[in-house]
Each structure stands twice: as structure tokens, then as C-alpha cells.
Design a protein around this ligand. Sequence first.
Ligand SMILES: *Cc1c(COP(=O)(O)O)cnc(C)c1O
Length: 284
Amino acid sequence: MIKFASVNGEIVPAEGASIGVTDLGLLRGYGMFDFLLILNGQPLFVEDYLDRFWRSAHQLKLKVPLDRDQLMAHIQQLIEANGLDNASMRLVLTGGYASDGYSPSEKANLIIIEHEYPTYTPDKYEKGIKLLLHEYQRQFPTIKTTNYVVGILMQEELQKAGADDLLFHHGGLITETTRANFFIVLPGDRIVTAGDGILEGITRKHTLMLARKHYQVEERQPALEELKTATEAFITSSTKRVMPVVQVSDVVIGNGQPGPVSKHLLELLKEAEAAYLKNDVRVS
Ligand SMILES: *Cc1c(COP(=O)(O)O)cnc(C)c1O
């Protein structure tokens, strides 16, 4: 059980933590968030997430109601209040209250909540996952907006298809999944992943930095036909890290087994996480 949440800077009991009914995030979908892991009581790669949080806010013309040090202090306060070594954390910023239900207020609402540490069964990594193609382009691809309607709406179809997630494509080109970035590996260990039209994942960023030391990397949206020649595919996200993809709709990727490149990158990422956590970044 998660005990506490932070609402506009105040630590409150998580149960019943709330914001008001005229909030523009609720009424008009005018809101954004970020999502990171807490490992050993430390927020992993938190600088990157804060950078993206402010970038998203700026693009949505939302004013973050505090500065970076203050937000970091709030994050730390909530981690301490809940006392969980491992968890995930969601920072949500919405348009604030609008008495007319439309005009943005001067004051955004800021919610910080923790969730249980997300775990996946080992077979997701050992056997790989299946994605279902879905033609769609997110409205503000570079912003982590709170709109996940398409993904949530399609959950039943996913289950029927025995697939783990949707893979979005548009005009014959692949962008990303509902909540993760997508990569293919072409013969010769060439890694291809979209460079624009996507949410720039923090896990994507770290994985690409590591990948560039060992592999050739092309940042462009992979074409749908390239799935047929790909030797491997994988997705990256904060919770899934580097997760192998062995099937996309009817196309079996490579030999249908997780491949060496995605395994290697997962190992490298875990090492990078451990190195980051060793340089304890807790604010004192
Ligand atoms: C959060 C998210 C990702 C992955 O980002 P990470 O920072 O690696 O967790 C990718 N695509 C979308 C649409 C997302 O919302």
C-alpha cells in the first residue's frame, strides 16, 4: 500500500488525494506528466526526467509552479514519506482550475504519486513480446500528454490478438508503441529507431548512447516493410527497460526469438543504472 501523495506541494494521505472537478486536465485533457523509477530510494536518471518535464510544460504553455530544486525536494519528501526502496513515480501537471471549464488558469495543478514497482514476468524477456500494428499518430508526439485514449480503448483487441501492446505507424512508417520507443535491428547489426514524431524516451536516450559504442545507429522512422528483413526488434521504456519483440501483427521478427543485440543492450543499461545509483544523487 502506498501511503502518501503530494498535491500542490503538500504531502497528503494517498487514499482520497484529489484535485477539484474544474481542473482542465480532467475537463479538457489539458495536462502532461512524467514517469520515472525509484531504485534503492533514489530517483533514477532524475535530471533527464526533470528536463523533459519542463520541456513538456513549456510546449503546453503550462507554468511549473516551483523551481527545479523545489520539485526535487518534493520528490525526495514523498520518497521518504512512503519509505519504499523500489517504486515508480508519476509527476502530473494539469491546466489548473477553470470556472468556465475552458480558459487556462494562471496556476497549474501539480500531483506527485508513487506506484508499486512495476514487474514483468521473466518470459517477457526470455520469449519476447508481440505487438499489434495500429495506424495512428499521437497529436503532440514530443510531449508526454496525459492522452492515452487509443491505447486504453484497444486493450480488448490486444487481448484477443494475444498481443502485449500496439505499435503505431503512419504513412508506411513506424513511430512507437503506446508507452515505449521501438527499435529494429537490420542485418549487419544496424539499429534503426525513429528520430522524430515520437516521445523522446529517457530509456531510448540512454540505450542509444550505449548502443553507439558498439553498433551502427540510424535515427529515422523504420518502414513497415523493414520488419520483414529485421533480425531483431525491441522496445524501450522506463519500466520495461529493453524488452525484445518477436512478432509484429503477422510478421515474425528474425527467428522468432529474442536476439543478442537487445540482450546486450539490456545488460549495458542495467550496468548504467547501477553506475548512476552508486553516485548517490540524493539531495541532502
Ligand atoms: C513514456 C513514453 C515513452 C517511453 O519513455 P521513457 O522515458 O523511456 O519511459 C515512449 N513513448 C511514449 C508515447 C511514452 O508516453
